[in-house]
Design a protein around this ligand. Structure first.
Ligand SMILES: *[C@@H]1O[C@H](CO)[C@@H](O)[C@H](O)[C@H]1NC(C)=O
Ligand SMILES: *[C@@H]1O[C@H](CO)[C@@H](O)[C@H](O)[C@H]1NC(C)=O
Ligand SMILES: *[C@@H]1O[C@H](CO)[C@@H](O)[C@H](O)[C@H]1NC(C)=O
Ligand SMILES: *[C@@H]1O[C@H](CO)[C@@H](O)[C@H](O)[C@H]1NC(C)=O
Length: 446
């Protein structure tokens, strides 16, 4: 008994000693990768159950997919900040640690010590290696689920690929093709020439009114800015600053740069850990995530109705493609339509469909109310490689549709829960998207 007491006493003594033994590496226990907003790598979102999908009495006949490009490198502006500002911050943090300020543990500072920026401006917005893998593996899983409509033998008439005029979407399409047909055959896949303002893949580039009233309107950013000046962000900034050993609160710009770097470095390298993530606790990073959610909500989501009303062209394209199957069964149309585009396309489409809409609007002052169970979380719905798939089944005389977002079945408004959606319900629900998709009218400024 006495011995045990002594042992316990010894343990307590040890645990309270200063130095490496008592230091806790906070970042090791935090699940930060769930909160990286649109820079979340797809591996944290994907559904790896790729078993054959079967609905009794039904056969898959067509698939239509919209896919956001995989993990990319940052914009030139962010790369420059990573190269210029981060080394200064790194050195200051290491100084702080030397002077025993801050609460980073030994490993965290050691990782920071050996950190240097390894992106160059030439990489700006290019698809990263991780993004290539994301696309290859996504294609493989979809092929396993639906081998009849995504066969591994390529013919030009079976597949319709299309991407925007950017390196990241064209490379995403090419790697998706690698996943379907293998590296050698994928070289012969035919891709149409990209259109700069693609009316289906980037309809918003053609929408003058949206650009004027939303995209270029400073008001769209006001909720984010107010949130960045509010009490939750101030508390997070203070916490981050004291963890890093600064006796003054770091600026929001520096903090957002740390958040972005933590996100990108997590996304593009699945083996290494980004030392910059150690700046954040899980509670801190949720605040930065909400700032991102606010921005996307007001620019690409439910904030202004023009934003999602203009998103009818891809929906109309999908509906038309499915209707053709009914009119001319076994016609010459491709079995698979595969579109590669951007975050802005995905979010506007999801909003057009009425998905992930919270009862409350996202505002600078309702973070607490929306903290749990918020539907509009771009970390989940708009990660790198985010994808929305509509699969048309023929069930005897009937056509039915399965909708997968991030490879998981979702229920569209009006459709029955957890079963295929009869096409007439879908057609009724999105009747206007089909019949009333007049961008001239929606997008013209009066
Ligand atoms: C995997 O997916 C198939 C088809 O969607 C489903 O039937 C099966 O239950 C899933 N398996 C697991 C372990 O979730
Ligand atoms: C593939 O099909 C498209 C039409 O869908 C056609 O324009 C193109 O020339 C074809 N390419 C090849 C290599 O056959
Ligand atoms: C803050 O830290 C700096 C060194 O980084 C030091 O020179 C300064 O006196 C400190 N200020 C306060 C108020 O502690
Ligand atoms: C869209 O919003 C504007 C105000 O921002 C409103 O005047 C208009 O009625 C709304 N249109 C629809 C179709 O809800």
């Amino acid at each position: 008994m006495k011995q045990i007491h002594q042992l316990v006493l010894l343990l307590i003594l040890f645990a309270s000693l200063p130095g490496p033994l008592s230091e806790k590496c906070l970042s090791r226990s935090q699940k930060l990768h769930y909160y990286l907003a649109t820079k979340t790598p797809y591996r944290h979102t994907s559904n790896n159950n790729d078993s054959f999908v079967h609905y009794p009495g039904c056969n898959p006949v067509r698939i239509w997919m919209m896919i956001r490009h995989g993990t990319r490198y940052p914009s030139a502006k962010v790369i420059r900040m990573m190269q210029e500002r981060l080394p200064q911050l790194r050195d200051a943090i290491l100084q702080n640690h030397k002077a025993k300020r801050g609460t980073l543990c030994y490993e965290e500072t050691a990782e920071l010590q050996t950190w240097s920026p390894h992106v160059e401006e030439a990489d700006e917005k290019r698809l990263a290696h991780e993004g290539e893998d994301e696309m290859i593996e996504l294609a493989e899983r979809f092929q396993n689920r639906f081998p009849a409509i995504l066969p591994d033998i390529y013919t030009n008439s079976t597949f319709k690929f299309r991407y925007t005029a950017t390196q990241r979407t064209s490379e995403s399409a090419r790697h998706f093709a690698v996943g379907l047909f293998g590296r050698r055959v994928s070289r012969y896949v035919w891709f149409p020439e990209a259109i700069y303002k693609d009316p289906i893949l980037r309809f918003y580039k053609l929408c003058h009114r949206w650009r004027l009233e939303v995209d270029k309107n400073p008001e769209s950013l006001s909720e984010r800015i107010k949130f960045e000046e509010g009490p939750e962000m101030l508390a997070a900034l203070k916490d981050v600053s004291s963890r890093l050993g600064f006796n003054q609160t770091i600026s929001i710009d520096d903090a957002v740069l740390l958040y972005l770097t933590c996100s990108f470095e997590t996304a593009w390298d699945h083996r290494a850990r980004s030392p910059w993530c150690a700046a954040f606790s899980e509670n801190n990073i949720k605040v930065f995530e909400y700032a991102e959610d606010l921005e996307y909500y007001w620019i690409d989501g439910y904030g202004y109705n023009i934003t999602y009303r203009q998103a009818c062209p891809p929906i109309k394209d999908m509906m038309q493609y499915f209707q053709n199957e009914d009119v001319t069964q076994g016609n010459e149309d491709p079995k698979a339509v595969l579109y590669f585009s951007h975050s802005g396309t995905m979010l506007k489409m999801l909003s057009h469909l009425g998905l992930y809409r919270d009862k409350q609007r996202l505002l600078h002052n309702n973070f607490a109310a929306l903290l749990r169970d918020r539907k509009w979380r771009v970390s989940h719905i708009d990660s790198f490689g985010a994808n929305l798939a509509f699969i048309l089944f023929r069930c005897g005389k009937q056509q039915k549709v399965l909708t997968l977002h991030q490879e998981r079945p979702i229920t569209l408004p009006g459709c029955p829960e957890s079963e295929l959606c009869p096409i007439n319900i879908l057609n009724k629900q999105y009747r206007d998207s089909y019949l009333d998709c007049n961008l001239e009218q929606i997008c013209n400024t009066v």
